[in-house]
Write a protein that binds this ligand. Structure first.
Ligand code: NAD
Ligand code: MG
Length: 395
């Protein structure tokens, strides 16, 4: 199977290459992309000898090209957003790992879907922003969407015949989306106002990129995943329930009309869903250690506290509002998380900024990609304006 890996230098990208390297007879890497990390991408290219490598800027592409030439490689080095779409839709590529973080991942992920590829979908922001457009294009082109997000991969595995179609016909009553609760699940509420980016990105169970780690701390990650599940599994908001499960061993569950509940369990390591989606419908070794239930010993469950995690409520509201609301929510969240990581916004300001952005951006329909990108632009613009107006106070 020939692969393009979008976001190869990130957390999911590195885990993907780890799985791929275990099966050299099975996978061939055609294209790798990174944004700014020239040295990381150069090392990956030396190992995998792809036909194409893509960087964010011309200057970084030039640096990478020099490094690869010195190493005797013939990899063609490209740069920019167009090049990402190009390598996502190459005729010789069978599968595309969509692991760019944030809204930047939407155009190349959509390009892969439009080209009818097997799309290994890690970039949840693409579905949050453009769910209706994305699913329609994927269906039209006959693309195979395989979720990488651990919860959605678990749901996919627990769905009838692995089929993400009509929930009612499959006898599905509810989707139970598990959440670890992040690093602040039990932090006293008055302490939350002062937590730092370092504390927020220190996730108790998962090792991930910085943006998704902050999203896990606010539980916006779970909110984005509710919207992602809505589109992937054609599930109405009131059939998707979030369950806090601090051990992160059950990755999600499907509750059926007859009382059966199916779940997928495993150690919290993204190489499992990555290997599942790479090999589906077969199974391959992922390098993940077998689950030791005796050392896990206990599985606990709690109802999420919306006062502690207002971002979760905002995401449900955006999903129920429909139209541009989810794209605006996503844009405002990206602005807020970046500001928090830069210490320009306190932790509790993230939810406040998103709520205020949703209040000021007018509702609109999003019938096509242009409308989605406009909603994203408006959300960012409004969030940045509101951020600038906040009283100056150290974050
Ligand atoms: P990361 O920050 O570790 O990596 C992001 C990748 O995207 C890097 O390769 C980076 O170079 C690239 N990138 C960043 N900005 C870019 C831009 N403007 N243009 C082109 N490329 C750009 O992130 P991650 O944790 O690997 O997450 C990737 C995606 O997968 C996210 O959408 C995240 O929500 C999703 N996801 C991640 C995990 C996880 O365990 N890390 C789990 C589930 C879902
Ligand atoms: Mg997840």
């Amino acid at each position: 199977m020939k692969l393009t890996i979008l976001g190869a230098t990130g957390s999911i990208g590195v885990s993907t290459l780890d799985v791929v390297a275990r099966h050299p007879d099975r996978f061939e890497v055609v294209a790798l992309t990174g944004h700014r990390q020239v040295d990381v991408l150069a090392a990956q290219c030396r190992l995998l000898r792809p036909t194409y490598a893509v960087m964010g800027s011309a200057a970084d592409a030039q640096r990478l090209a020099l490094l690869l030439k010195d190493a005797g490689l013939r990899t063609e080095v490209l740069h920019g957003a167009e090049a990402l779409m190009q390598v996502a839709s190459l005729p010789e590529v069978d599968a595309v790992m969509a692991a760019i973080v944030g809204a930047a991942g939407l155009p190349p992920t959509l390009a892969a879907a439009r080209a009818g590829k097997r799309v290994l979908l890690a970039n949840k922001e693409a579905l949050v922003m453009a769910g209706a457009v994305f699913m329609a294009e994927a269906r039209r082109a006959g693309a195979l969407l395989l979720p990488i997000d651990s919860e959605h991969n678990a749901i996919f595995q627990s769905m009838p015949h692995n089929y993400a179609g009509d929930m009612a016909r499959g006898g599905v009553r509810r989707i139970l989306l598990t959440a670890s609760g992040g690093p602040f699940r039990t932090t006293p509420l008055d302490v939350l106002s002062g937590v730092t980016p370092e504390q927020a990105v220190a996730h108790p169970n998962w090792s991930m990129g910085r943006k998704i780690s902050v999203d896990s701390a606010t539980m916006m990650n779970k909110g984005l995943e509710v919207i992602e599940a809505h589109w992937l599994f054609n599930a109405p908001a009131d059939r998707i329930e979030v369950v806090i499960h601090p051990q992160s061993v059950i990755h999600s569950l499907v509750d059926y009309e007859d009382g059966s509940v199916l779940a997928q369990l495993g150690n919290p390591d993204m190489r499992t869903p990555i290997a599942h989606a790479l090999a589906w419908p077969e199974r391959i070794d992922s390098g993940v250690a077998p689950l030791d239930l005796f050392s896990v010993a206990q599985l606990n469950f709690e109802r999420p506290d919306l006062a502690r995690f207002p971002c979760l409520d905002l995401a449900y509201r955006a999903l129920r509002t429909e139209g541009n609301a989810a794209a605006v929510l996503n844009a405002a969240n990206e602005v807020a998380v970046e500001a928090f990581l830069d210490r320009r916004l306190p932790f509790l300001g993230i939810a406040e900024l998103i709520a205020a952005t949703l209040d000021v951006v007018p509702q609109a329909a999003v019938p096509d990609l242009a409308a989605v990108l406009e909603a994203d632009r408006q959300g960012r613009e409004a969030a940045l304006k509101l951020l600038a107006r906040r009283p100056a106070k150290s974050a």
